[in-house]
Write a protein that binds this ligand. Sequence first.
Ligand SMILES: O=C(O)c1[nH]c(=O)[nH]c(=O)c1I
Length: 314
Amino acid sequence: ADLTTQFLELPLKNPLMNASGVWCSVASQLEALAESAAGAMVSKSCTLQPRDGNPEPRYRVINGERTFGSINSMGLPNEGFAYYLRYAQRHDYEQKPLFMSISGLTLDDNLTMVDSLKDAVIPALLEVNLSCPNVPGKSQIGYDFDAMDTLLAEVSSGYQRPFGVKLPPYFDMAHFDEAAEILNRYPLVAFVTCINSIGNALVIDIDSETTLIKPKDGFGGLGGDYVLPTALANVNAFYRRCPEKTIIGCGGVKSGTEAFLHLLAGATLVQIGTSLYEEGPGIFPRVLDELAAIMDDKGYKTIADFRGKLKTIA
Ligand SMILES: O=C(O)c1[nH]c(=O)[nH]c(=O)c1I
């Protein structure tokens, strides 16, 4: 099977990449991703100034007879925008595309970062995170449609080149419609990444009768197996509603099977979070081999043979 693909006319060796926040916070991790088999990569969502984030424990896998997923309330810890811009300025774009994720604490901070990125004149692709669920006191822009509209208008006029957004999961058809209606008013929004973690879940340890993580009384973003059906729904909902935009799928990918499903649902690229956190960048060749085997079994030679071709029941 041929796993090559394209993203906004850029040729990629394959459709896999990391999810922002996982294995991408410091230079050594970014360099490991650059060396890995991933077709693309994204840096940790950054704020203008460095942040320590929330107190630990703030990330946990949820295990039974196997790992079902993860819960995190990192709290947007990052080295600050200038650090990731420095990495982006020395990244080898021939090796693979680099996305830079920003998640400013204020509209002004986001616009300041956007201006600096625009002036840096580098091929990094901008992913504006509208969906961090873990900064105490900050609600998610993705769930405030007026704030989302204002931010997209301001970033469009400030950046004046294609960019993308990282969306939270939506759970209601009216919300898919309203979010897509806003996105479709901004032609510079070239891609949409669905989904971020399912926010403010609560995982409890029965033996200790205690929450698994410390921040926010144990409330945190859910990832892994638990979120796959919601992730596929959001990928397909925006794939149907935003025909001019490219969809990046994220959520519940741990093998070739879930990568295939995200592509079938309409994703062009597929991000891996929880499973990458647990397995490391060695996950990429494994998932690529599994995806190629599925394509061979089904007689698909290229990703274009099945991408977006999800069938419904007549
Ligand atoms: O807590 C975090 O740092 C975090 N955690 C997530 O699950 N999604 C996000 O976008 C972020 I910015």
